[in-house]
Design a protein around this ligand. Sequence first.
Ligand code: KE4
Length: 427
Amino acid sequence: MNRKKSIGYYRRALELIPGGVNSPVRAFKAIGIPPVFIDRARGAKIWDVDGNEYVDYVGSWGPMIMGHAHPRIVSALKKAAPRGTSFGAPTPLEVELAIRVRKAFPSMETLRMVSSGTEAVMSAIRVARGYTGRNKILKFEGCYHGHGDSLLVKAGSGATTFGIPDSLGVPEDLAKHTLNAPYNDLERVKALVNQYPEQIACIIVEPIAGNMGVVLPEKGFLEGLRGICDERRILLVFDEVISGFRAAYGGAQELYGIKADLTCLGKIIGGGLPVGAYGGKEKIMERVAPLGGVYQAGTLSGNPLAMAAGIEALEILKSKKIYQDLEKKTTYLTERISESAEEQGIPVSINRATGMLTVFFTESPVRDYASAKTSDTKRFAKFFIEMLEQGIYLPPSQFEAWFISLVHTQKDLDKTAEACDTAFRKI
Ligand code: KE4
């Protein structure tokens, strides 16, 4: 494929923006080729600035579950924009979105809108610390919860991709309060909780992990965390920035029937515009300013355009059939890829949840960070390039999730499976 214009834009961007990108994973660093610059997108397709068309499995890293440039979202924005783009004052739209979020996540008795998943998690951690008076937090290796200082300790997603799971610039005095356990390892959690009695404010987990690639909670894991938190008065924080409104309308909490004390959302609830949200039990959230002493604020929090897009997104998704169809598409694609890899003798391990999957280039089952990292990242890079050449745009890292939308057609899925056949043959 000719990508001359992308390369030109990349050269220009490199003079202006660190790595030429506004978020590290976009740089294709783990792949070793220049990133493509996108011109436009519609439905399940994106086009780069050289006019090349791709079936898109990045989906803006999760938000575009309803497809790019969805007519209902575009028209909601066209209606909202002429009324003003930001007021820094409360609007009915924020109430409308909050109503819909709470209906889907009843554990979020009260909630606050922010402008990113990072902000949602940062704020939830601060509330947990303020509410419990404790400083330590416990997270899981390979989980990524945005780039808040306390969370960049053994973090997944881009931090793992670039081998900097412990970022520079995070003071040791702060990082020492972040404890890590392997995902799915309740024994280790119990040991840490016993080692630091009354010192852990919260346990934060991606209840369906997406940032070491997709890793599912094993039977009893989430229930076990709930039990430990109840027993030791630790808050359970579910980071559902990916799984919320994707794995199910009510996220992992609906799927597994477990209520978190605090929940963080993002991505889909903005319909492609910058929105995050955090919320939980009223008695916890009433510590948040202006009611209580935990300060959190944001100029563009509850931005009317973002709210309009988010409301429309949740309206579009509010149907059981949608998730049944998405589940069928996910199963179909997973099975086709698995069959193809088997036929070609390529060892892969595929993990999936509704609307998301990861093809790990390893033969061992992937149940945590350590097993995810047995994957052959060089082989993944070759696979990525072969797929890109065939018009399939995957997340440019082994440690990310492929996102399927409501509007990926059977034809798109078959094209993807056939591209896998070819790519597996070549790598
Ligand atoms: P943002 O600040 O990027 O909106 O959200 C942070 C975040 C929090 N929690 C979870 C579970 C997340 O997956 C994320 C962000 N996800 C990554 C992709 N895995 C965003 C892509 C990027 O960093 O550019």
